[in-house]
Write a protein that binds this ligand. Structure first.
Ligand SMILES: Nc1ncnc2c1ncn2[C@@H]1O[C@H](COP(=O)(O)OP(=O)(O)OP(=O)(O)O)[C@@H](O)[C@H]1O
Ligand code: SF4
Ligand SMILES: [Mg+2]
Length: 363
């Protein structure tokens, strides 16, 4: 993650997530990660499958961030929990330092978890209201036998100071703090065991913009200091733009576009990404060329559309889109799952040019 403040657009370097698999540089690697939830199967109806995450391949490198973005219900949180093996995948695997987490004994998995932590969206809900801040932040140290007593207290106070919490917070309760301060507690708790990989699941969505910007800056600074790898989940493309090296756009459980952040914002290729981007007011105040209407709701993951799952909402869908599922094709480190993009955009027939004429303007 670039250390620039979020109100200054950072220059994003080419990212690990969008490069072809290269395990040598990879800290955490998701391979074919899939999660299907079985629901129903009672008096009220037959059992059905929720296709929450399907065939996700990602590589997280030290000091790098992959932003994971998409509408509500597209599988972002499920993917985050799969990456941490808080959920067992239906198919696929997660490798940390080249080791498949599924092969670890429960004891070794607990130990590996020290390296993998999560910061939640809602600092109000994720902190135990009956525990004092010092204990919340230091609990992991004691559970994992890293430090106890005075030593643990010193480590906790140092961490609290680093995230901007005064020593007086140690003996106070979460309800005594504002949302931003509680998120600082959540970050301190996540970092107590010196993890190397952190899933941040909508970490600023519950906060005011200016407070959220402070938290984003803190996360970026911590990344630079500690070489953390982040999976940064957000429904907000503006947030993802400033914190991510690579961006993965999800639709109905699948990654439909994955590329270095700078490429996504300068030249998104998938019609869904383009629609999401067009809904984001330009930070610089410049008008977008076209405003794409993203009509209709996200289809149910209980019964995803055949072919390209985006076809019922896609203004440029062709007959093939209704029957054939597009694969995520890599073109120079920019991956896109769209029949009308793969290969074509290079010859001038891609989304950025010809397709825009078909997209609707707002009423
Ligand atoms: N335990 C579960 N059992 C059944 N279905 C689930 C379960 N957890 C998630 N789902 C379903 O999986 C899909 C993906 O959910 P998920 O929470 O991962 O989406 P999300 O992108 O994080 O959404 P949001 O932006 O609202 O947080 C949704 O349809 C959701 O209802
Ligand atoms: S494959 Fe077809 S329906 Fe899907 S995004 Fe591309 S053009 Fe639209
Ligand atoms: Mg979620």
């Amino acid at each position: 993650m670039n250390a620039s403040n979020v109100n200054v657009a950072p220059g994003n370097a080419p990212g690990v997530g969008a490069t072809p698999p290269d395990s040598s540089n990879s800290l955490l690697r998701a391979v074919g990660l899939t999660k299907t939830f079985r629901v129903g199967g009672s008096l009220f109806g037959a059992e059905r499958s929720v296709h929450a995450v399907t065939d996700v391949n990602l590589e997280f490198g030290a000091g790098r961030t992959i932003g994971i973005v998409g509408e509500s219900g597209c599988g972002k949180s499920t993917l985050g929990r799969l990456l941490l093996r808080l959920l067992v995948p239906t198919a696929g695997r997660v490798e940390f330092d080249g080791v498949d987490l599924a092969t670890l004994t429960p004891r070794d998995l607990r130990s590996a978890r020290r390296n993998m932590q999560i910061v939640f969206q809602d600092p109000y809900a994720s902190l135990n209201p009956r525990m004092k801040i010092g204990r919340i932040v230091g609990e992991g140290l004691e559970v994992h036998g890293v430090a106890t007593g005075k030593e643990a207290r010193e480590q906790v106070l140092a961490l609290m100071a680093r995230v901007g919490l005064g020593a007086d917070a140690y003996d106070r309760y979460p309800h005594e703090f504002s949302g931003g301060q509680r998120q600082r507690v959540g970050i301190a708790r996540a970092l107590a065991l010196s993890p190397r990989f952190v899933v941040a699941d909508e970490p600023v969505s519950a906060l005011d913009v200016s407070i959220g910007a402070q938290i984003l800056n803190l996360l970026m600074e911590l990344q630079d200091e500690r070489g953390l790898a982040y999976a940064f989940i957000s429904h907000d493309l503006r947030v993802v733009e400033h914190v991510s090296h690579d961006v993965a756009v999800m639709y109905l459980g699948r990654i439909v576009e994955l590329a270095p952040a700078a490429e996504i914002y300068a030249g998104a290729r998938h019609p869904y990404t383009q629609a999401l981007l067009s809904a984001v007011p330009s930070v610089e105040g410049k008008d977008r060329k076209q405003r794409v209407i993203l009509g209709g709701d996200v289809p149910s993951p209980l019964d995803p559309p055949k072919g390209c799952a985006f076809h019922p909402r896609c203004a440029i869908a062709v007959a093939r889109c209704r029957v054939e599922e597009p694969q995520l094709i890599d073109d120079g480190g920019h991956r896109t799952a769209c029949h009308l993009v793969a290969g074509d955009h290079l010859s001038g027939h891609g989304m950025a040019g010809g397709a825009e004429a078909h997209l609707s303007r707002p009423a």
